[in-house]
Design a binder for this molecule. Structure first.
Ligand SMILES: CC(=O)N[C@H](C=O)[C@@H](O)[C@H](O)[C@H](O)COP(=O)(O)O
Length: 232
């Protein structure tokens, strides 16, 4: 069977767990991310979203689930940090991820490169790599589909200058995207409770990504602490 079709079928209506810890976070470790992924797998996750060559490799060895890979890297001339250039795409592909997640916002890219050119290069260099567009707005999602992305995700809504006032999770945006696009729309960003995962599916999301609420214990702890403080 076509591998892309197979992955689409695997993730349909499922939970994708994002297992990421950056260098400043307490759980920063490929070993820990691999174990987090194993826990997610045992809990029924259908796919893992992971950052960096090392983490993707470690997770691949631990669980037999498709991986949405990305490489977060900062460049001086651009605000984009999720798989900004072909260098990061190559790392994701070489680590063995089936899907690459790419910032597909309309912001300026490193060296002024164009997203449409990057997509063409990926299709030539890595024809079997599935491409997920991480966007902040409906317009960006529509554009991403038009230039050949396979999936679109609401990842960056709330994280760009022009969407900073969004209240997350922005399931209205997810709904609007599902109404305008034919490619699968993934709900991602700020999903913290079970009801929201269901609501996302009801609004037409193809699958749901949950990260922080499962894999960043420092943030989970903060939620408990602040709920308790509200009583004082
Ligand atoms: C904005 C950005 O850089 N998001 C990153 C994208 O890979 C991750 O840090 C998030 O954890 C992921 O999107 C899942 O979202 P949430 O952790 O809210 O469930």
């Amino acid at each position: 069977m076509n591998r892309k079709k197979e992955i689409t079928d695997i993730i349909r209506t499922g939970l994708i767990v994002s297992c990421q810890a950056l260098s400043h976070e307490p759980l920063h470790s490929s070993f820990i991310m691999a174990k987090m992924s194993l826990a997610a797998y045992e809990g029924g996750a259908v796919c893992i979203r992971a950052n960096s060559y090392e983490d993707i490799k470690a997770i691949k060895e631990e669980v037999d689930l498709p991986i949405i890979g990305l490489v977060k890297r900062d460049y001086d001339d651009s605000p984009i940090y999720i798989t900004p250039t072909m260098r990061e795409v190559r790392e994701v592909a070489e680590a063995g991820a089936e899907v690459v997640a790419i910032d597909a916002t309309h912001r300026i890219r490193p060296k002024g490169e164009l997203l449409v050119d990057m997509v063409k290069q990926i299709k030539t260099a890595f024809p079997s790599l599935y491409m997920m567009a991480d966007v902040a707005t409906l317009e960006e999602a529509i554009y991403a589909e038009s230039i050949g992305f396979d999936l679109v995700s609401s990842t960056l809504n709330g994280y760009t200058e022009y969407t900073m006032t969004s209240v997350l999770p922005n399931l209205d945006l997810v709904e609007a995207m599902t109404q305008s696009l034919s490619i699968p729309v993934i709900a991602e960003g700020g999903i913290w409770d079970y009801q929201d995962t269901r609501k996302a599916l009801e609004k037409g999301a193809y699958a749901v990504v949950v990260g922080t609420a499962i894999t960043r214990p420092q943030e989970i702890t903060k939620k408990f602490v602040s709920a308790m403080k509200e009583l004082l």
